[in-house]
Design a protein around this ligand. Structure first.
Ligand code: IMP
Length: 174
């Protein structure tokens, strides 16, 4: 693997602690209920796996995959669904789990897509929030960490399909 210049942003210990806090908050908000947790592939797979194991309420699991065309480090604005959910969500409480929200275009598209299926409720949990780079007004309901501009990898997040497997999160120099 080509050497890259990287700086640690969140250690695995800090991530684990924050995931437990988020899960506690979610469990409290949905106490006595049941969730359908929908992860956005591929970036959310590690965060979602950790999160659902900490949430103390029953959940069904599904995934979507969306493609956003343009440069590898930025959404172009054209978002397309490439894998839909296989679970009926009508009348259900839905939690979308995403690795990072940047411009907000991906999540806005997905929320509109899923709302057409008439869920009872729909909330969004993101591991990272690059709040300053929004192109659309969008707020997640649960946020792991808010970060400044800069490209991050690890804990599921990639750069050109590399570095997803890193247990810690790094900012990379491109
Ligand atoms: P948005 O549509 O601009 O909000 O983009 C969200 C998607 O862009 C995420 O699901 C990631 O795939 C990708 N992305 C944005 N910023 C980063 C980053 O810093 N590292 C890795 N992927 C990123």
């Amino acid at each position: 693997m080509k050497e890259m210049s990287k700086e640690i942003l969140f250690s695995r210990d800090a991530i684990q602690k924050r995931v437990q806090e988020l899960a506690g908050q979610i469990s409290g908000d949905y106490a006595g209920g049941e969730l359908v947790v929908i992860g956005i592939l591929k970036g959310a797979f590690i965060f979602m796996a950790d999160l659902v194991r900490e949430i103390g309420i029953p959940c069904k699991i599904d995934f979507v995959r969306v493609a956003s065309y343009g440069a590898s480090s930025e959404s172009s604005g054209k978002v397309v669904m490439t894998k839909d959910i296989e679970t009926s969500i009508k009348g259900r409480d839905i939690l979308i789990v995403e690795d990072i929200v940047d411009t907000g275009l991906t999540l806005q598209y997905l929320v509109d897509w899923l709302k057409e299926r008439n869920p009872h409720s729909l909330k969004i949990c993101v591991f990272l929030d690059k709040r300053k780079r929004r192109k659309v007004s969008f707020e997640a309901d649960y946020v792991g960490f808010t970060i400044d501009d800069g490209f991050v990898v690890g804990y599921g997040l990639d750069f050109n399909e590399q570095y997803r497997f890193f247990p810690d999160v790094y900012v990379i120099e491109q």
